[in-house]
Design a protein around this ligand. Structure first.
Ligand code: HEM
Length: 186
């Protein structure tokens, strides 16, 4: 497993991790600065327009280097299935964030941004953080604690439960904020 080829792919895996995850952190930092009124909304939009491209490049690079790494390792254990679940969530959530990012660009300084839109944006950023940190932690555990971790016993069930929880929070937020909007418009 620990061949020269493995280490070369691991090097690229880590390089793309720095690019992708680093860009996620820069975007979130700007989001936080905007919430605390330290940067203008237009600044946040132009920064996230750039970082978004780096996040995609990092994610694609990680998957491209991760596949040969997994083949060379020759084992997909239970914890790895959970990691792949989070990698897939990053991709799907990234598409939703891309859509929100396009919509957010229509708001100008001083515009009222609807609560439903803010909920979607914050929820999507939360899912992004959760998935990146989880994939990162699992990758670290595999590399530095034990290469094979057959835990949890039923990874599909755990992944399904995490997905169901996220969908319930999303659905509840949609219902709540849509109901509030219709009350306000009456
Ligand atoms: C956002 C996506 C991903 C993140 C954040 C991530 C993170 C990591 C991290 C932090 C390491 C440890 C590196 C080290 O300390 O040297 C690692 C190793 C590894 N990653 Fe990933 N990874 C991702 C995607 C993938 C994918 C898609 C695959 C396979 C299809 C994969 C397969 C591996 C393998 C085989 C290793 C070597 C350690 C081991 O599992 O035995 N990774 N990853």
């Amino acid at each position: 497993m620990e061949t020269t080829a493995f280490f070369i792919f691991l090097f690229f895996h880590l390089g793309f991790l720095i690019l992708g995850f680093g860009s996620v952190l820069v975007t979130d930092l700007y989001g936080l600065l905007w919430v605390r009124d330290h940067v203008r909304f237009t600044q946040l939009i132009s920064v996230s327009g750039v970082t978004q491209k780096f996040i995609w490049a990092g994610w694609i690079g990680m998957v491209a280097a991760g596949i040969p790494l997994a083949i060379l390792k020759g084992e997909v254990d239970n914890l790895m299935i959970i990691k792949l679940f989070f990698v897939a969530i990053i991709g799907i959530n990234g598409l939703l964030l891309h859509y929100l990012q396009k919509k957010v660009a229509i708001y100008k300084k001083g515009d009222h941004v609807p609560n439903l839109f803010m909920f979607r944006l914050i929820f999507s950023l939360f899912v992004s953080q959760l998935s990146w940190w989880s994939a990162l932690l699992i990758g670290f555990l595999h590399r530095h604690v034990s290469t094979v971790i057959n835990w949890p016993e039923i990874p599909w069930l755990v992944s399904g439960l995490i997905l169901a929880t996220l969908l319930v929070i999303w659905g509840a937020g949609e219902l709540l904020f849509k109901a509030k909007e219709s009350v306000n418009s009456n």
